[in-house]
Design a protein around this ligand. Structure first.
Ligand SMILES: [Zn+2]
Length: 375
């Protein structure tokens, strides 16, 4: 009885697992295919439907390059593994940094991020201005072109409101025939290229259109667009680093950032400088409508040169759209221009000539002749 019970108990015992070294020999070996190839009734196993399971941190692994999969191996590892933590920290930290450096543009109240102090921005502007004037021929201070630019720019500078930017005005004409351009570096460094003066009509109309250009450029400085661009470049660096990890298409990332963020921002800044320029023109008693006439002139010149790129691929709005926008703003600034400008014009001219009030802070015009700075 005991022997029968013991035998039954042994039969019910689970089969022992194969020992790694000894037990393997006890199990029957898998059937081998017959010689001469597979039998016609026996088909090879189908290929696995799932991708290879080896998402390691291996830049040489090509398994992720399947159809429709834009995430590279390190990007998937970042999202799926410990990298998710760093991704959250990067995005969260960037958002917090953005929120902590919020700023509002004067005149338009446009919200943006600026992480550069006005003093640092003015120093950068001074450096760029020095670099330009030390390497370019300029008109002497007594030249009619220099006197015209100085008179117009001083009149506009006299109505620039006090802003965080420390303005230390300089006005220079660069001898560059054919260059229809002007600029105002941060801190109030106004540069006019002689090609622009050649393109303007003579007389009061030419002076008003020159005022439109200078007011627009000073508008950029008043709104601190240089600091905003530098701050935006820092944000783009962080965004590119994150997107390069996630999307396996470097060129696509650059195009996306450019079309979706950089170009619209540049066009917004141009429109903002146009608007601030109109306000400054009106306050300085220059006819703001001259700005529209100047851009019509530019449009005609561009028509002779060829077709400009479409607006959405350009840093500047198209001249036609710009003219429409300016004409739409003219009624808003008309009252400021028409209200008592007959007296104010004389007063402003006197300010510019006598160097009183804010213009008193305007230092003497610096001239760079033969590449050397002279005061
Ligand atoms: Zn501009």
């Amino acid at each position: 009885m005991l022997r029968q019970l013991t035998a039954a108990a042994v039969r019910r015992l689970p089969r022992p697992s194969p020992h790694p070294t000894r037990g393997l020999a006890a199990w029957p070996s898998p059937p081998r295919p017959p010689r001469g190839g597979l039998s016609p009734t026996r088909q090879p196993p189908p290929p696995p439907s799932s991708p290879p399971k080896r998402p390691s941190w291996d830049p040489n692994w090509e398994g992720h390059r399947g159809r429709g999969n834009l995430l590279p191996s390190y990007g998937r590892a970042l999202v799926a593994g410990r990298g998710k933590f760093f991704l959250v920290v990067a995005v969260g930290g960037g958002t917090a940094y953005y929120a902590a450096h919020q700023d509002y543009a004067p005149y338009t109240n446009r919200r943006r991020m600026i992480d550069l102090s006005p003093e640092d921005e003015a120093e950068l502007g001074q450096r760029e201005f020095n670099r330009l004037v030390s390497s370019s021929p300029t008109h002497p201070p007594g030249a009619p072109t220099s006197r015209l630019v100085t008179r117009v720019a001083r009149r506009i500078a006299a109505v620039v409101p006090p802003t965080p930017t420390p303005f230390d005005w300089r006005f220079v004409v660069i001898a560059a025939p054919g260059v229809v351009n002007a600029a105002c570096y941060p801190g109030g460094k106004v540069v006019v290229f002689s090609g622009l003066l050649d393109a303007l009509p003579p007389g009061r109309e030419g002076e008003a259109e020159l005022a439109a250009v200078i007011a627009h450029e000073i508008g950029h400085a008043v709104a601190r667009h240089s600091a905003e661009k530098l701050s935006f470049a820092n944000l783009v660096l962080v965004a590119r680093a994150v997107l390069f990890f996630l999307i396996d298409a470097g060129a696509l990332v650059d195009v996306l950032i450019n079309v979706a963020a950089s170009l619209p921002m540049s066009r917004a800044m141009e429109a903002e400088a146009d608007f601030i320029g109109l306000r400054l023109m009106a306050a300085a008693c220059y006819d703001p409508a001259a700005a529209a006439r100047f851009f019509q002139r530019l449009d005609q010149m561009a028509g002779k040169r060829g077709t400009p790129p479409p607006a959405f691929l350009s840093t500047h709005p198209s001249d036609k759209r710009r003219i429409e926008q300016i004409q739409g703003w003219l009624p808003d600034v008309a009252s400021e221009y028409t209200l008592g400008c007959s007296q104010r014009t004389q007063y402003l001219d006197w300010l510019g000539m006598a160097g009183a009030v804010r213009v008193f802070e305007v230092p003497l015009f610096n001239c760079v002749c033969s590449g050397r700075l002279r005061s």
